[in-house]
Design a protein. Structure first.
Length: 119
């Protein structure tokens, strides 16, 4: 189990922006793909986005395409999720997770950070 720590969540008004960070502790995140998931109360967890090891491959769930951007800074051992034009339906706990490739379930998870979009 690798140690991942998310940060950057908070309360934001509709239309606003937040940047989430996923930092690795004690290992090089470069060796893994990283995905962001979210789970809202009463709903199933869904994968929001995933990025390849080198950062040249990304994918997004349809509901966030054009609004969210995933990228990584391997020198800082961190993966980011830039979220723009936030909507109330984006409200959820967001988790980052590391795996061997995008698609299959990741093997290591962070504790999550709460994002609330509300006026």
């Amino acid at each position: 189990q690798l140690q991942l720590v998310e940060s950057g969540g908070g309360l934001v008004q509709p239309g606003g922006s937040l940047q989430l960070s996923c930092s690795a502790s004690g290992f090089r995140l470069y060796y893994y793909t990283v995905a962001w998931f979210r789970q809202a109360p009463g709903k199933e967890r869904e994968e929001v986005s995933c990025i390849s090891r080198g950062g040249d491959g990304t994918n997004y769930v349809d509901s966030v395409k054009g609004r969210f951007t995933i990228y990584r800074d391997n020198a800082k051992n961190t993966v980011y999720l830039q979220m723009n034009s936030l909507k109330p339906e984006d409200t959820a706990a967001y988790y980052c997770a590391a795996g061997d490739r995008c698609g299959p379930p990741p093997h290591s998870w962070g504790q999550g950070t709460q994002v609330t979009v509300s006026s």
